[in-house]
Design a protein around this ligand. Structure first.
Ligand SMILES: [Zn+2]
Length: 87
């Protein structure tokens, strides 16, 4: 497998930067998956950190309850997406 193929296989995984939960979008529409513990998500899919590009975002619970998520709420109301775009 060459580097190009490897890069193509990288999965973008939304991770909550407050509670470290990952969003499992594999069995549902993008943005609507269940949030689950990042470690459990990785282990159950045999993923290694190098297989994944983390997209830091905020899960539904933190968006609702965590005061630190204020920046995300502002972003969500402006752009419709809580995902931090760091490109
Ligand atoms: Zn969270």
């Amino acid at each position: 497998m060459n580097c190009w193929t490897k890069a193509q296989m990288k999965q973008i995984l939304p991770v909550c930067c407050f509670c470290d939960k990952a969003q499992d979008d594999t069995r549902s529409e993008a943005g609507k998956g269940l949030w689950q513990d990042l470690q459990i998500y990785m282990v159950s899919r045999k993923l290694r950190p190098e297989d994944i590009t983390f997209a830091y975002t905020c899960c539904r619970d933190c968006l609702k309850d965590d005061p630190r998520a204020n920046a995300f709420r502002t972003r969500l109301s402006r752009s419709g997406s809580p995902v931090l775009d760091n490109r």
